[in-house]
Ligand binder design. Structure first.
Ligand code: GDD
Ligand code: MG
Length: 361
């Protein structure tokens, strides 16, 4: 079986992290987002993953080369010369997706995480959808996602509405699809949206089916959702593989620490924290609801909450970093600095406090 991951797009909502790496290579829970997906696809028997990409394919391919052998899956690339949206890339990759078996194939948005309960079903067109995030009152923000209105007992989709202006329902399109090869007959090779142009049409013919995803789901393409997504992911690890979580007197709630990270004396870490490979957390540090990516140093008595610390950054001693602060790659926050929601571009040095949420260029 094959799968296609929609990798394109510039990931602007996850800047400054995506200034250093394409969105799928941004770490989530200590490994690049896309590896969570590729491993899950491998686990259900997918033998080839096609990356539908519209810029810098060599960055992705070089990175993933090692994993092809490690994971044991073929990874190829289908490159657009102009962004083809969420459906056009399927037409472009047609020859890679369809083979003599006539098997259906998976299509995934690159920024969704879940327990990936991917399985084949007999239905001709299949959209997986999620209604598990009760925190997302779509009544308040109906246009955040695509919405699926379905008959729950049969899974038949009555309507598929992409980013509705008014509330139509609470079942979100999870961006995980199992499609029949014949779906491709409906898609032209031009910039086109699967959510706006293809699914509504199939639904109108009563041929679109969906299931409610068990477990958690989140689109982590925006910082706030990324932080919520980490909490949901760690909750699910707690339920399904608790031994992967870190334990100890200095740990509070669900915490994932890479085995190569070093943690000093007298720290208090958690809940909902991921500490990546090679990080050094000095003594007396307080971390909660945050991601500390590969190679970061957090100096003595610093306090970080609800924030993302990009690769190889340094947070100075007694610094306080909070409220959706996002540090890009290799940012240096000086000692005793306060950051309240600062969004800091890569390679910057922060010498004075950031008192209100703002972008530091
Ligand atoms: N190859 C390629 N080319 N990929 C693209 C392009 C393109 O031109 N445009 C977007 N993508 C990829 C993105 O990288 C992402 O993986 C996926 O398509 C969806 O794009 P997003 O920009 O993340 O869309 P969204 O989050 O606003 O909405 C989508 O996801 C929601 C759930 O996460 C829709 O599918 C919604 O219906 C859905 O609810
Ligand atoms: Mg998205």
């Amino acid at each position: 079986m094959k799968a296609l991951i929609l990798v394109g797009g510039f990931g602007t909502r996850l800047r400054p992290l995506t200034l250093s790496f394409p969105k799928p290579l941004v770490d989530f829970a200590n490994k690049p987002m896309i590896l969570h997906q590729i491993e899950a696809l491998k686990a259900i028997g997918v033998s080839e993953v096609v990356l539908a990409i519209n810029y810098q394919p060599e960055v992705m391919l070089n990175f993933l080369k090692d994993f092809e052998t490690k994971i044991g899956i073929k990874i190829t690339c289908s490159q657009e010369t102009e962004p083809l949206g969420t459906a056009g890339p399927l037409a472009l990759a047609r020859d890679k997706l369809v083979d003599e078996t006539g098997d259906p194939f998976f299509v995934l948005n690159s920024d969704v995480i879940s327990e990936y309960p991917l399985k084949q079903t007999g239905d001709p067109f299949f959209v997986l959808n999620s209604d598990v995030i009760s925190e997302y009152p779509l009544k308040q923000e109906p246009s955040k996602y695509g919405v699926v209105v379905m008959e729950e007992s049969t899974g038949q989709v009555e309507r598929f509405v992409e980013k509705p202006k008014l509330f139509v329902g609470n079942k979100i399109n999870a961006g995980i699809y199992l499609l029949n090869p014949s779906t491709l007959d409906r898609i032209e090779l031009r910039p086109t949206s699967i959510e706006k142009e293809v699914f509504p049409q199939i639904a109108a013919e009563n041929k679109l089916f969906a299931m409610v995803l068990p477990g958690f789901w989140m689109d982590i393409g925006q910082p706030k959702d990324y932080i919520t997504g980490l909490r949901l992911y760690l909750d699910s690890l707690r339920k399904n593989s608790p031994s992967k979580l870190t334990t100890g007197p200095h740990i509070l709630g669900n915490v994932l620490v890479d085995e190569s990270a070093k943690i000093g004396e007298g720290c208090l870490i958690g809940p909902d924290v991921a500490i990546g490979p090679g990080c050094v957390i000095e003594s007396g540090v307080r971390l909660s609801r945050c991601t500390v990516m590969r190679g970061v140093r957090v100096k003595k008595h610093a306090c970080i909450s609800s924030s993302i610390i990009g690769w190889h950054s340094t947070v100075g001693q007694w610094a306080r970093v909070e409220n959706m602060t996002i540090l890009g790659e290799d940012v240096h926050v000086c000692d005793e600095i306060y950051s309240n929601g600062g969004v800091v571009l890569p390679h910057k040095e922060i010498k004075s406090s950031i008192l209100k949420p703002e972008i530091v260029m």
